[in-house]
Every structure is written in C-alpha cells, then in structure tokens.
Design a protein around this ligand. Sequence first.
Ligand code: PRX
Length: 651
Amino acid sequence: MKDLENKNDLTFKASKDFIAKSYIKKDDYDTLYKESINDPEKFWGEMAKKISWIKPYSKVKDVSFQKNDLHISWFKNGILNVSYNCIDKHLKTKANDIALICEADEPGNSKKITYQQLHDEVCKFANLLKYNNVKKHDRVTIYMPMICEAVFAMLACARIGAIHSVVFGGFSPEALAQRLIDCDSKLIITCNEGKRGGKIIPLKNNVDEALKIKGVDVKNVIVFKHTSNDVNMEKQRDIYYHEVEKTLKKTCEIEPMEAEDPLFILYTSGSTGKPKGVLHTSAGYLVYVALSFKWVFDYKDGDIYWCTADVGWVTGHSYIVYGPLANGATTLIFEGMPTYPDASRFWQICSEHKVNIFYTAPTAIRTLMKAGNEYVKKYDLSALKLLGSVGEPINPKAWLWYYDIVGNKNCPIVDTWWQTETGGIMLTSLPGAHLQKPGSAGLPFFGINPILVNDSGEEVNDSGNLCIKDSWPGQARTLYNNHKRFYETYFQAFPNKYFSGDSALKDSDGYFHITGRVDDVMNISGHRIGTAEVESALVSSPYVAEAAVVSYAHDIKGEAIYAFITLMKDVKDCEEILKEIKACVKKEIGSIAVPEIIQFSPALPRTRSGKIMRRILRKIASNEYEDLGDISTLANSSVVADIIEVHKELI
Ligand code: PRX
C-alpha cells in the first residue's frame, strides 16, 4: 500500500476569503452528506424544489436495480420543461444578462447572447422544428461545431419535447450514420462548415455522405450557414436556416414534460463495437446538474464560467449548457482549440472575458504546460478564482503546474470524476469544504455512496472496482432501445449497485484516486474509445486479417492507441498500406481513433481457445516485457518474442 500512502502527502486549501464566501463549508458538507445518504428522499425532495415545476412530483424516488425489474425513476408525476428552467425562468430578473459568450475559432470574434436573445433564438428554432413535423419524443440529431447555434438547437429540442442526440463534430460520416440509425433520427441539425484551428470541417458534406448509408432514414436537414462557403443543398430535404429565419416567431409555447420523459441520448463507447445510446431524462438530470454546477464550481451571480469541453460529449451537455443555464449563469463556448493560433489562446480568452471559473481536461493542461509558461504569463488571469479538471486522471505534475502557473497559487482546483452515464459530477473535493490532493478526484458529492469491491463483489477498503450503492437523480435510465444491455453493462457484475467500469484506490482520508478502466475501453485525451470499435474499423481495411488494440501511457494524451495487426496473406507491410489502414479508421470513426502506433505481426498471441491475449499485448506496448506473467497457456507462445523484437525497433 505504499502507493496509497504517498497519495496523502500533498494537500492544498482554498484561501480564507474563498472559504468564507463559499456555499458549502466543511461542517455543511459533513452534515448534509450524511443526510443525503441516510434519507435521500428527504434530501433530493428538498433540492428538487430549486427548479421550476409545472406540477409538483408526488414521489421522490422509485428505484430497483434488480435484473427483472430494473427501473430508475425520480420525482414521479412531476411535470416540467427543461428549456423553461434554463431560459424563461430567468427572464424576469436577467433578461439583459449575458447567458452565452461565443468565442470563434479566430481571435477577435466573439458574440454575446443575453437571456432574452437566447429565448428568442431558441423559440425560432423550436418553431422551425415544429414546422418540419418534429413531435414530442422524436429524435433529432445535432452535428455541429462549438457555436451558440448548437446550444439553441439543444434547448429548442428540450422546449418541444424532442430528444436530442448530439454527435461530436469530429466523427466521420460512418460513425454519424451508425448513431442516426440506432435512434432512428428523422432530422439533423448541422452547419455548412465548421472551423477548428484554422481548418474547415466539412460538416454538411459529412451529413450528405452519412445520409447515403443504408438504414439512415432522415427526412430533413437544417443547415446553419456558419462560413461563407456554399455547400450542396437538396431541395425538399435541406433547409438553410437563414433563408427561413425571418418567418419564424420569437415565441414558442413550452411542452409540459413528465419528470421521466427523455431529454437526450448521448452515444458513448463500450466493450463492443456498437456505441451505447445512454439515455437521460428530464427532471432528475436537471436537478442533479443544476445543484452540482452551483456547489462544485461555487458559482455566484455575475461570475463568468468557461468549460472547454465539446458539446458532443457529456461534459458539454451538463456543464456548458444545462447546469450553468439552469442557474442563470454566463457560460462561454469556444469553437477553436488551445494551440491555435498559438498556445496562449485559452489564456487570451480568459483574460479578454475576465473568466472566473475555468474547467478543462488534463490533456489540454499537459499540452499547454509543455508549450511553456510564457504563454500564460503574457495575460492577466487575475479574474480566475477556481479551476477544474475532468475526463481523465490528472497527474500531480500537471496539477501543480495548473495550480501554480495558471491559478497563481490562488485558485482551488476541483478534479471531478464522473461519466456519461452518471449525468453529473460524482466525486470531487468541494472547494470551500475540502483539502485538495493533486491526482485525487476527492470525495463523493451529495447523495453519492461510492464503494470499492473486489472481483467477487465483496466490499474492500482501499483498492477495487468502483461502484455506486443506490441511485442518484442524474443517473442514466437506460441504453436507448436496449434495456438488457443496460442491465448487463452496469448492474450484472456486482448485483444491486451501479458499476462504473473504473478501478480506484481510497486513502485513509476517504479520498478516491481513479486508477483507470477495467473494461476494454480506452481513455484517449479524455475521449472514451472502445478497443472493439477501433479493431472493427481496422479490419474493415481489405489488407487487414486481424487486429488487436490496446492503450499505453502517453505524456500528453494520458493514453494513446497501439494497434497490433496481422495483414492478409500476400500483403506486404509498407508505408502505403499503413496510410490506407489509418485512413480506414478515420473513415469509420474519425481522427481521434487513429492509432498512434501500428505494429505488424505475422500472428497475435492466442489462448488455446482462440482468444487474443490482450494482457500480453498491453504489457508489450507499455515496455513491460520483463513481466509478462504466465504465457504457457498460449497456443502460439513463440510469437511473443517476435512481437517484442519488432516493438523495440518501432519505438
Ligand atoms: O475512466 C473515467 C474517466 O472518464 C470516464 C468517463 O468518460 P466519459 O463518459 O466520456 O465522461 C467523461 C467526462 C465526464 C470515466 O469512467 N474520467 C472522467 N473523469 C475523470 C476520469 N478519470 C480520472 N479522473 C477524473 N476526474
């Protein structure tokens, strides 16, 4: 347990002034946390009063994790509308306050949207959806860059009760099509083109390609003209937003929604090649993200908050859009990337908009740390008062740089652990209540009861599989159209609790330290990518006979992809083939899934029953050949030495 002892060494505390002003102090946490665990119905019943209801709920919680009766329901019989809670609710007092700051890819181009303008734009958009026959519970896919129209589109769906499925703009047409087919989307909202790092992203062209794929049944495409270039438009099917905008009314009645009506589907990688459509519903999700946003980031009226995630991932949903807007906050959305035009872009934006709360991913922090302190020091970051991290473990070196150089030793850092499936933040150190420990995601949020279990499901104290006992309102309710897979993925391994798929350590102060995934999911630059998805993309190349994919530790990305490939008979490995294989992955999934290293091998290590031994490949990719464990069960143990030889030449 030496590892664990070391993890207790370094601690940091927010300033006296910060603590004095914070919502939750140590004693509040201790009392409220106990209450939230001992009597969740009372705790969440109270918290749910903070959002606006059309009709109040009659039962706070109705949950069973049992195989034949798996159901999760919060705030039963309550009626509400999420878009009302994010917009209309604030109009009386905040109509002219800024809801969104939209910062373009190129510096010097920002736009501010007040709550009144947000209302008008969302209504116009909702009316267009209605005009195109989108009804309550219909699925609408959003494939957009990081611009304010993406937020309008999401809230417009919520306003009329349509279920949005936002697909990350970096996904390929094939990946988009797969997600369109799975939830049977009838309409897509996109842009003519996106822009990122000075490069054009051909979103509408990608949509056109996706729509040619068998099984896609999209009737209409709404296209925002974001750049000046024209794109192919199909009469009848495609609608240019600017051509109809003038006809759209700036008011649109809200659709009354049941607490458990779906709000959105968000696809995420799992252990098989098919992404999972994680489904979140209306009331529980909103209550959870609204409360966690306010307390974790200690958001006060007037603060400028910036989360750098993409709206295509859950962080963008919960902590760019729904959490902040439910609190009447000012939330910044940035189209570009941290290193364009140079590595000072984040800091320049923080300084220009006087950002107070900044939430980003360890990969970005490591990239900017590598670029050098001078990029940070050029700008006045004195408005910053809190920093956040999400998506992957943050190594103490990056944490300390973030703390010292970006935060000027004056900003607490909240390292937040959570998942697409959890809806909102589950573990973190609350800034006014807890000491922060670099590398630890801290303590449970209210109502969250995390435990560690060994592989037999017995509760253990310090190291094991991270599970959550009992339910919380932000929890996903199912996988779209696949409740069986929902059960099998999250509730089967350890009955009666939610299994996160992560492993963790718990130190003597009760702080959690996430140690990684225990399933076949990789975390590349904070993006979740399944090994099976990449393998199936690799074998879609006519040159590839079989492929096994593992991840290895990477200085900047946290983890990077290493693929072992056996080529078809008579195919010679060469640069050309390598390029074509990489292009296949780009085509099937997108650039984020292209392996960093591809190694060709005449065979892959297999057990006698034919299973590829990934454990061995993982060790080789991580340069741990000395300790391969027992390889005597392999059907072809001689290939291992050859694979190691080639690996040594490659790196
Ligand atoms: O492995 C954990 C890692 O990201 C996974 C969830 O990925 P996703 O559903 O895409 O959501 C990412 C943003 C919430 C987790 O199972 N992860 C997330 N946050 C942290 C983390 N690992 C360590 N520390 C974190 N703070």
